[in-house]
Design a protein around this ligand. Structure first.
Ligand SMILES: Cc1cc2nc3c(=O)[nH]c(=O)nc-3n(C[C@H](O)[C@H](O)[C@H](O)COP(=O)(O)OP(=O)(O)OC[C@H]3O[C@@H](n4cnc5c(N)ncnc54)[C@H](O)[C@@H]3O)c2cc1C
Length: 509
């Protein structure tokens, strides 16, 4: 009889309760990663995700080998792989973390649960972070989050009893999975060692200016923690990240202000965002349909899908320099700061008036840190389809002037614009035909006039954001998903008995 530890988005040995529970059984342990071809054919995953995972698997195999049982990698449908192993060794239990994924993994988990039941095998799932399954309502959610993070970090198992005569199996290449190279030359490396270094570098050196530097893509690259791909693929646990941050905060307590500088505020703000991580994933856990369907029904069918505008946006050639620079930077690095992610979705949803689903899939493939719960909740929020958040229409020209005033970022990622004088770097269409000719400018005209397009979008959004039926639906969404105390400001639907508030569709942010 053997115990299987099924690794998914939890590619680490520290703070891994399924692994320590299996080790405690005293039976041989088979640590297993299953490469699922069906999952890798899904439109939200791509080359950069596999590259990050493959690096993490190499390190995980090494770490597990040190405890006595190397990671076994198999390719196929989960139930086929489990049935093969069961036929050979007889499985007494499967241990894993809960996964809040998209519709595909949700359906797969149901199949696995039915197979395990039918085979008389116990499958135990542990919570991975502050997401609660099942959750009746949001009351007390933040306090439960704190309690979960306060629990001790589980150390890696000292000794695992190995399963005899088992080939660990190769880790497939991206090519073998049919994943085309996607040009992410500056991707963050995978593995728990890289995760620990990244977190430590942030908490000790890079993070002091976090609050004021997070908004510009020029400074955010260094000033943000950059732990997101590690949280997404589980090379770092949320509890490890939170406790390390609390530890750093405690070490600053009582020190004179000259010594603590901006650190206290920076770390408080960072802990708030760690809450947000789980707060957003909880939305998908509670309502899996948000991956596909507009959260507020009033937005269903409101937007169109124009393939030409979509392609210009996805390829970074909208003719709006700051938008194109952000998209090209994302393509090459796999990461973008929050504000710029929000701006890309806003431009796609308002100025280009495209429905969020296809653009959301494109961004999912681009973000190395793709985390379905955060991603789809944020994509809907920034598209203004939740009904409970401010409809924020980012002005890409203003964003450019505010966060890249001398055009450094634009020049780095859109080299065609390198020679444009700084005052016009965010609006090259204002150059005269003669100036364009002199500069031999090979950059497109904007796909839409940004000012007119934003105004038109605001009117269209306003046309649905009124009336009692709209507010009643928004109230129901707020009750289900709204934050009680997660560091997020209260949503606006609580003002439901007041007249509609025009500030809730704000232009020019
Ligand atoms: C349209 C859109 C899509 C997004 N998709 C993802 C995604 O797929 N995966 C993902 O991890 N983040 C996503 N985010 C949230 C946020 O942009 C990233 O978490 C952040 O930029 C990651 O960089 P960091 O680790 O340096 O963040 P830091 O600012 O250092 O924050 C630390 C951690 O807190 C969490 N966090 C920070 N901001 C948010 C937020 N607004 N909402 C939820 N959690 C947050 C993340 O886990 C992050 O790693 C998305 C945001 C938008 C607007």
């Amino acid at each position: 009889m053997i115990e299987i530890v099924w690794f998914k988005r939890d590619l680490r040995v520290t703070d891994h309760r399924p692994l320590s529970a299996a080790a405690a059984s005293g039976r041989p342990v088979l640590p297993l990663y299953i490469v699922e071809p069906g999952l890798w054919a899904e439109p939200d995953l791509g080359h950069r995700h596999w590259a990050f995972i493959a690096e993490s698997l190499v390190e995980l195999r090494r770490n597990l080998s040190e405890s006595g049982a190397p990671l076994v990698v198999r390719t196929g449908a989960v139930t086929d792989v489990l049935a093969d192993i069961n036929a050979r060794y007889t499985v007494s239990a499967i241990w894993s973390h809960e996964e809040t994924g998209g519709a595909w993994t949700f359906a797969r988990d149901k199949v696995v649960a039915a197979w395990a039941r039918g085979s008389g095998i116990r499958w135990t799932e542990f919570p991975q972070h502050g997401v609660i399954r099942p959750l009746r309502n949001r009351d007390g959610w933040a306090r439960r989050w704190d309690r979960f993070m306060e629990e001790p970090v589980t150390p890696p198992p000292r000794r695992l009893v190995p399963v005899p005569d088992l080939d660990p199996g190769p880790i497939p290449t991206a090519d073998e999975l049919g994943l085309a190279e996607d040009g992410c030359a500056y991707r963050q490396p995978g593995g728990s060692r890289a995760a620990a270094d990244t977190l430590d570098g942030f908490l000790r050196h890079r993070g002091e200016t976090y609050q004021r530097a997070m908004s510009s893509p020029l400074t955010a690259e260094d000033a943000c923690s950059r732990i997101s791909p590690h949280l997404a693929w589980g090379t770092l646990s949320m509890r490890e990240a939170t406790q390390a941050t609390w530890g750093r905060m405690a070490s600053l307590r009582g020190l004179p202000r000259e010594e603590t500088g901006l650190w206290q505020g920076a770390l408080r703000s960072f802990v708030g965002r760690l809450h947000w991580h789980c707060h957003f994933i909880q939305k998908l856990e509670s309502e899996p349909e948000i991956e596909h369907r507009d959260l507020h029904p009033a937005y269903a069918g409101l937007r169109e899908f124009d393939p030409e505008r979509y392609t210009a946006w996805a390829e970074g050639r909208t003719g709006l320099p700051f938008v194109d620079a952000c998209m090209r930077a994302l393509s090459a690095t796999g990461w973008l700061n929050f504000r710029m992610r929000a701006m890309l979705v806003s431009v796609s949803s308002y100025h280009l008036w495209n429905h969020w689903r296809e653009p959301g899939l494109h961004l999912a493939r681009q973000f190395t840190d793709f985390e379905p719960g955060i991603h789809w909740s944020q994509v809907q929020m920034q598209s203004g389809s939740t009904g409970i958040n401010t409809a924020r229409i980012y002005n890409p020209i203003k964003q450019g002037h505010d966060h890249d005033p001398d055009g450094t970022f634009v020049r780095r990622w859109v080299p065609e614009l390198a020679a444009i004088p700084t005052p016009l770097i965010h609006e090259p269409w204002r150059l005269s035909p003669l100036e364009r000719k002199d500069l031999a400018l090979s950059y497109p005209e904007p796909v839409v006039d940004p000012v007119t397009a934003a105004r038109r979008a605001r009117e269209r959004i306003w046309s649905v954001r009124r009336g009692d039926a709209y507010r009643a639906a928004a109230d129901a969404i707020q009750d289900r998903h709204g934050s009680r105390k997660s560091g997020l400001s209260p949503t606006t639907s609580r003002r439901r008995r007041s007249p509609p508030d025009r500030r809730q569709a704000s232009l020019d942010v």
